[in-house]
Design a protein around this ligand. Structure first.
Ligand code: GLU
Length: 313
């Protein structure tokens, strides 16, 4: 199979649709990104990387960072993490407060904002916020093979300044006694992890640990055990795309995680990791063109985890 041709063809097929969807505006620093950007990168576990379009341009990975934070929190806390965060799709908006109150401060899953805030708290553990951020950056730099990978301070500031909703979620969690660190410490890491700036190429390379046994097959950087990598994939499939996770599984069939910066990271168990970026989002917050690109790659490769090259709706 010519993976390079598949990536290039997919990009060309969809290039005319660049600019479709609506970029996130609730974080002011994201609103100024060129909506016509479109990149695809596919990294195989053998170490090959195939790219098209704006695959080398860094963008704000936003909620995709929650996948990395989850892997690291699980490594620090083990199964105890599941005492404070669930494993079910939410069916509600990613930043819903109602559900959190009704369910007594136990977020449905680690990918909605409340669940990610707890996950970040447990990833910080007994360290300072800066030590936790440095740990995350160190691992991403190694797996993404670039020492300059960092967070965008402008985006982090913009998120913090407009982060009333996330603050509300964090204070709710604190009120239920679910956080071990002070609210502002947790949020300072959460806002910086969401503001991580990475290219499709770096993201795909950094996520290969999910497609194999929890350790990056190229650099040897360990992120989590094999069984936890398997479980993170399950959560990505069920909960990775806000309240359109079912639609994504239906159309694409890869475990994936969307971010409101327009990126989507997908893992193809046993084979590869794929990152796509197009800032225009659908109504649920998933990149419109990004999801189409992944559906097309799933079809061309026959790599959907449900197997087969199906086309019927
Ligand atoms: N930083 C964003 C927020 O907390 C992440 C949202 C997302 O990408 O889903 O609202």
């Amino acid at each position: 199979m010519d993976l390079g041709a598949i990536v290039t063809e997919t990009w060309k097929e969809l290039a005319d649709e660049r600019g479709s969807g609506n970029p996130a505006r609730y974080i002011p620093a994201l609103a100024s990104v060129d909506p016509r950007k479109f990149g695809i990168a596919l990294a195989t576990k053998e170490g090959e990387v195939f790219c098209a379009g704006d695959a080398d341009e860094a963008f704000s990975i936003q909620s995709i960072s929650k996948v990395f934070a989850l892997a690291l929190a699980l490594e620090r806390q083990g199964a105890a993490l599941w005492d404070v965060v669930g494993r079910e799709p939410s069916g509600d908006a990613f930043n819903s407060i109602v559900q959190l109150e009704r369910e007594k401060g136990i977020p449905r899953n680690p990918f909605i904002n409340s669940g990610a805030i707890i996950t970040t708290d447990r990833f910080i553990d007994d360290r300072t916020p800066d030590e936790a951020v440095d740990d995350l950056l160190g691992r991403l730099r190694r797996m993404g093979r670039d020492d300059t990978i960092s967070f965008d301070p402008e985006v982090a500031r913009s998120e913090s300044e407009t982060g009333s909703r996330n603050r509300s979620l964090a204070w709710f969690l604190a009120d239920f006694g679910r956080l071990i660190n002070p609210v502002e410490d947790v949020l300072s890491v959460y806002f910086r992890q969401c503001a991580l700036s990475m290219s499709c190429r770096q993201l795909a390379e950094s996520a290969l640990f999910l497609a194999v046994d929890g350790t990056d097959p190229v650099t040897g950087q360990r992120m989590c055990s094999a069984s936890r990598a398997r479980r993170i994939n399950a959560l990505m499939l069920m909960c990775g795309h806000y309240d359109n996770s079912g639609q994504f599984a239906f159309e694409v069939g890869f475990p994936g995680k969307s971010g409101v910066g327009g990126g989507i990271l997908a893992s193809v168990p046993g084979r590869a990791a794929i990152a796509v970026w197009s800032p225009g989002l659908n109504r649920a917050g998933t990149s419109l063109l990004g999801a189409k690109a992944l559906a097309s790659i799933a079809l061309k490769t026959g790599w959907s985890i449900f197997s087969g090259q199906w086309t019927e709706p």
